[in-house]
Design a protein around this ligand. Structure first.
Ligand SMILES: *Cc1c(COP(=O)(O)O)cnc(C)c1O
Length: 362
């Protein structure tokens, strides 16, 4: 018997996607982005599956510490860096590389430098137009010089920026960001890193020394209206459940909370054991595809916490226990994201604890 909601992870697909990154960015080193529990896939298992990547990136220190405890040896960059002395201590203790994006971080580095100890690797971040983290070009050189003079900072200093809108190939902003970055760092010796997934696929030859793929490693397209398959990627996560009831509903009756869907004619519906309590987005609209026995059915009515309903149309033989795929193999998560007015990132990250994880071997 299949469990109720479960996820199947195809770790061989993750390795395939890593090899595709190498194809898109030949010669560049890869910093695999496995923040947010590897986009919902499980940080340790993905780090293990992608052990051929040159380095890893996480958002927060805790994530990096977890990887070190699991025995990961590669460099690990903490993309948010640190905000106090204690956090800097933690980074140093676990040999995590720090992102430096703000002036007070340099103050903290200088204070801690007085105590001596091994220098740590840093990535100095330039804000080329995202207006989130990083030094503006006017302040970048001063920050660089301060780090150069700080004995706690390993030389050469690495240099990084992040795209705001690289998934829009018509937006000139990306080109401007690239130019600003290259102009500011032309004379500096450190390693360069610019591109996320959209940059790697959509803006060839901008890669720099290190690329930072996230979404594409999990097999998804960073571009709206496309799927990972269009770019030679394979989905890693498939979300599954099963039918738990089948019933015939009379014309004029409504289905689910709020009576959000009304039967125009006598309709056979299926009830599936999965809902927003598992991470299936509540705002997914009527009409979103769901695979029942490998055939397309349509979501109807509101998604509830533990269940959702589908129109079984002509699947007269469907019965409780039949297998259901919500996304993954044969049903791209990008397509479901579109029906939920969101992006694949949120769906992948949103899988909750009660969903059983079944790994597929490498
Ligand atoms: C999350 C993140 C990435 C990866 O982005 P994708 O769109 O998932 O490829 C790269 N760089 C930084 C700084 C990030 O925060």
């Amino acid at each position: 018997m299949t469990p109720a909601a479960y996820v199947r992870l195809d770790l061989a697909a993750a390795r395939h996607n890593l090899s595709q990154v190498r194809r898109y960015a030949p010669g560049a080193k890869i910093m695999a982005v496995i923040k947010a529990n590897a986009y919902g896939h499980g940080i340790n298992r993905i780090a293990q599956a992608l052990d051929e990547s040159d380095a890893f990136a996480v958002a927060r220190i805790d994530e990096g510490v977890e990887l070190r405890h699991a025995g990961v040896r590669q460099p690990i960059t903490v993309l948010q860096g640190f905000i106090c002395q204690d956090e800097l201590q933690l980074l140093r203790q676990h040999q995590l590389d720090a992102l430096v994006h703000s002036p007070w971080q340099i103050d903290i580095l200088r204070q801690q430098a007085a105590d001596g100890g091994e220098p740590l690797s840093v990535w100095l971040k330039m804000d080329t137009g995202m207006n989130r983290l990083g030094f503006k070009s006017a302040d970048f050189n001063a920050a660089y010089q301060q780090l150069l003079a700080c004995p706690l900072v390993k030389q050469p200093i690495n240099l990084l920026t992040h795209f705001a809108n690289a998934d829009d190939l018509l937006d000139d902003q990306t080109r401007r960001q690239i130019e600003r970055f290259h102009h500011a760092i032309a004379d500096y010796p450190g390693q360069r890193s610019i591109a996320n997934s959209a940059g790697i696929i959509g803006w060839p030859n901008v890669a720099g020394d290190w690329v930072r793929p996230g979404l594409m490693l999990y097999g998804c397209s960073p571009f709206a209206g496309k799927t990972g398959g269009d770019f030679g990627l394979k989905p890693v996560m498939s979300l599954h459940s099963r039918l738990i009831a089948v019933k015939d509903v009379a014309a004029g009756e409504c289905v689910g909370y709020g009576g959000a869907w009304r039967c125009e004619r006598p309709t056979r519906i299926g009830v599936i054991s999965i809902g927003y309590g598992d991470g299936y987005h509540r705002h997914t609209q009527t009409g979103a595809p769901v695979l029942v026995n490998g055939l397309r059915a349509e979501l109807i009515g509101r998604v509830s916490m533990d269940m959702l309903t589908v129109n079984l149309h002509d699947q007269s033989k469907a019965k409780p226990g039949d297998p259901v795929t919500l996304w993954g193999d044969g049903l791209p998560v990008e397509e479901i994201a579109r029906h939920a007015d969101t992006i694949p990132y949120t769906l992948l990250c949103g899988i909750t604890q009660r969903v059983r994880i079944l790994e597929q071997t490498l």
